[in-house]
Design a protein around this ligand. Sequence first.
Ligand SMILES: *[C@@H]1O[C@H](CO)[C@@H](O)[C@H](O)[C@H]1NC(C)=O
Ligand SMILES: *[C@@H]1O[C@H](CO)[C@@H](O)[C@H](O)[C@H]1NC(C)=O
Ligand SMILES: *[C@@H]1O[C@H](CO)[C@@H](O)[C@H](O)[C@H]1NC(C)=O
Ligand SMILES: *[C@@H]1O[C@H](CO)[C@@H](O)[C@H](O)[C@H]1NC(C)=O
Ligand SMILES: *[C@@H]1O[C@H](CO)[C@@H](O)[C@H](O)[C@H]1NC(C)=O
Length: 388
Amino acid sequence: MAPVIRNLVMLSSLLASAGWTSAQTTPLPQQQGLHQLFVAAGKLFFGTAIETNNFNDTAYLAIANNRQEFGMYVPENSQKWEEIQPAPATFDFAAPDAVLARARQNGQMFRCHTLTWHSQLPAFVANGTWTRDTLAAVIVAHITNVMTHYRGLCYAWDVVNEALNDNGTFRDSVFFRTLGTDFIPLSFAAASRADPAARLYYNDFNLETSPPKAAAAVRIVQLVQALNIPIHGLGFQAHFRVGLTPNVTSLVATQNLFTSLGLEVSFSELDIAHLSLPPNASSIARQSQDYVTVVQACLAVPKCVGITLWQFTDKYSWIPSTFPGLGDACLYTADFEKKPAYEAVRRYLEGDDDESRAECDGHDDAAGGYYRVGAGAVCDEYAGEGKY
Ligand SMILES: *[C@@H]1O[C@H](CO)[C@@H](O)[C@H](O)[C@H]1NC(C)=O
Ligand SMILES: *[C@@H]1O[C@H](CO)[C@@H](O)[C@H](O)[C@H]1NC(C)=O
Ligand SMILES: *[C@@H]1O[C@H](CO)[C@@H](O)[C@H](O)[C@H]1NC(C)=O
Ligand SMILES: *[C@@H]1O[C@H](CO)[C@@H](O)[C@H](O)[C@H]1NC(C)=O
Ligand SMILES: *[C@@H]1O[C@H](CO)[C@@H](O)[C@H](O)[C@H]1NC(C)=O
């Protein structure tokens, strides 16, 4: 027992013998936050995407800055290529630096997103005229400059994002058209040179719902590994729809495709959108169940390191503008009220609540206790590093 804890125990027994009861000395237990609960269950983080344009919203920040609620930040947009390198040799680190500074001030981890991606590209890349050599040089220069700026500061980088179509073929992009699949190992190799300490991820959506796409992602991992180039993680974006979220068995099987290749995994951009608005009572209940399903699926896989929400409040969710008619996808309302889905996740993580168990039973829960076994291992690996 650490000396400070032993002293506290001694102090409280002294107080007790002096006639102080715990009711007098202990404040009412505070409700624990999701990150705190997820760490207690053996995971590294429960985090959220955030951006500097949220920073003037004090109600938002009161929640986002609470490390017990969110133990990790990822910049939602400002590290994407068009923002961080809008023109050749022109880098703008101001916004992601501000997100990082806030994370460090709050004692939160920092996840970095993203390097080689076909979308949100500046015109000079998307519409340039390239040879293999000139485009490869531009990719390497981008990755080297950006990752060197954040060297040692990012827990993980999404190195390659969304290289696949849902049917498992490679997505048409300037990268694939010019370099074939070589852009993938090339990106991971440059990333590994620029920041050997960062966990290097392949990140994509619908791997959880499309077996051909998941199989193609397995081949991507194998392609990189066959060249002895580091790849450490698989990010499941987990942009789900209420009622269409895969069950725990399915989510576990998909994660295991990648953990069996030696990778860690995480749910990297979680939100669960209602298909019609406003949602009725059964859709609201189903959203709670679906969020709990994702939490269960991460707890069930020891090498699932954490979950990141793609914003925690409907006020700033990307869903309504990108998918008109869908929405209310987050754990908090636009007015920062905790939704039933938030309470369901919290109760599930607290572990002894019959109501949340009941919500999960009959869905796909093998046995609640099972999901906690062995989960501590992922944390031990990073214990004491404290650098993120
Ligand atoms: C924050 O700033 C943005 C523009 O920079 C503005 O649209 C928004 O209303 C502001 N929010 C608050 C809560 O002040
Ligand atoms: C590339 O050019 C096309 C056609 O002019 C244009 O529609 C598109 O917006 C350009 N892409 C970028 C990223 O600027
Ligand atoms: C796979 O999907 C892409 C994108 O939707 C499409 O262009 C392509 O034709 C499809 N390929 C096959 C074999 O179905
Ligand atoms: C889970 O989902 C998979 C894939 O959709 C399905 O085959 C399986 O029957 C489901 N399992 C349960 C217990 O619902
Ligand atoms: C609730 O909404 C869902 C999604 O739109 C719909 O499928 C379902 O039929 C509705 N249930 C009731 C009881 O209205």
